[in-house]
Each structure stands twice: as C-alpha cells, then as structure tokens.
Ligand binder design. Sequence first.
Ligand code: AMP
Length: 285
Amino acid sequence: MEIAREIEGLKQLVKAAKSGGKTVAFVPTMGALHAGHLSLIDIAHKHAEFVVVSIYVNPKQFGPDEDFDTYPRVPEKDIELCKKQNVDIVFLPDNETMYGNGPQFITLKVNELSMHLDGKSRLGFFDGIVTVVNKLFNIVEPDVAVFGQKDFQQFRILSAMAEEFNHPVKMIMAPIARAGDGLALSSRNAYLTKDERILAPSLYRSLCYLKDCIENGILQPKTLLGHQKKELQEKGLKIDYLGIYDISSMAPVEKLTKNTDYLLAGAVYAGKTRLIDNLLVHIKS
Ligand code: AMP
C-alpha cells in the first residue's frame, strides 16, 4: 500500500494503475475509521481493481461552533486498517495541499437540496463538502466512488454535483453499518459517555417503529412523528429533526403516496454529540 501526501504523487500512482488497465474506486473519509468505513472499502473492491481511500478532516465543512479541533485524528491506526483492507493508496493531504495558503476566489454553494435535514441546522456544511469532494474527484479521477447511506443527504447532493460538474464517476451508496444494538457507527460515537451510549440507539428504535407503522398503512404520520419526538425528548435526547423526506428533493413530506420510496431520517443530540440516522421506506401500492 502506498501513502500519498501530495497531489502529484497521488496522480502518478493513479495514472500508472489506469494505464495498467485497472479501474479505480475511491472512498473519501475523515478518518477515525470504523467498520462502516471498512464496509465501504469492501464495496469499492467489488467495483474496481484499484482502491484509493482519502483521510482528510475538511475544515470547510465545520461551523465555527462545531468540533473541528476535537474531531478524532488517528492516522497511524487508520493506515494499519487500510493495509489490512488491501487498499492501494491512502491519500493523506494537509490543509495547504488541499487549499493552498492564498485566498480562495471561488465558492461552491448548494441550493434547495441543502435546505432541510442536516443542511438546515449546519449552515455551510454541504458547501464545504461539495468543495472538497469536487477537488478530490479532480485529483483522484475515480471511475467509482463509494459513500454511506448514513449521510443520505450528502449522497444526494454529491450525486447532483457529479452530474452537474460532469465528473465521469459512478456513485455507489453503501448500507449503514450498525453496532449490535442498532446504533449507526460513527467516528463521533467516541464522544459518547457511558450513559449517552446506552441512550443513543433510541433514535434507531424510533425510526424502526415509524417505518413499521408507515409501511403498514399510516400515510399521514405527523401525529406519530410528534409522539416519537416527545418520547425521545423524555428519554433525554434533544431533537434536531425527525421526519419523512422526498428522496429526490430532500424536502419534508406530510402526506405519503403509495408505490413511492421516502427517507425517514432523524438527528438528535445525546449530550453534546450529534447523532444522525435514517431508513428508506417503501409504501406499497
Ligand atoms: P466520514 O469519515 O464520517 O466523513 O465518513 C466517510 C464515509 O463513510 C461517508 O460516505 C459516510 O457516509 C460513510 N459512513 C460513515 N458512517 C457509516 C456507517 N455507519 N455505515 C456506512 N457508511 C458510513
């Protein structure tokens, strides 16, 4: 496995792989790798002969009151995990490599797709993500890129970005990897205290209950959502959002239509830690 810290070095390695006839899959991450990230790498191997993983905590996607400084950074451990997963290149750029030292004259901005869910409460979050992934796609030039369903809105927005900016990349969405009690794996779970960790899977349990009710015929679930929010609050979680969303526009939906897929998604705070999770729901005809 090669470790590239500079863009030119990475490009040379990818170019050599491509000229040897290999297709390239790319898994962008912020590191502190867990089994969710590793499952993305497994999927990447199924789609291409050469796998590139980037590890970069992108400052542009953190708000001023967010956890950029404290975000877990364990590059040596991540490198070992990537080796075990047979990754071909780990790309580990620093901020100067990604953004240079001078001013940035161009800003990418996500419109309607970032108005709800995480985009609503994390201003500028998706602008930062499209900026870095657009750059990473230009640097790596992958044939395939793998992202997790856990960040469904991110996948939707990045798919739009790939299409609108003509990146010739196949976008693949991987299922959510969970702990035994259902909690979606996340690098931020490391922040949870023992009590918060016990409370954390309640979000997943609420989503499962709601999915069951909806798939069994409750097509106007506003009251049901209200009850679940109240229950989660009573348990001690603070709700950011809990709702049902159109999988294309990412807008909230109140009345569900048969023969349609929806995103059932929630974000809550356990103490200071923000947890997100979602399930896809299909309403049968
Ligand atoms: P991050 O390092 O949090 O930026 O995540 C990097 C990639 O891993 C993103 O595409 C995430 O959606 C994905 N990911 C994070 N957690 C999970 C999980 N529990 N299951 C599947 N994919 C995940």
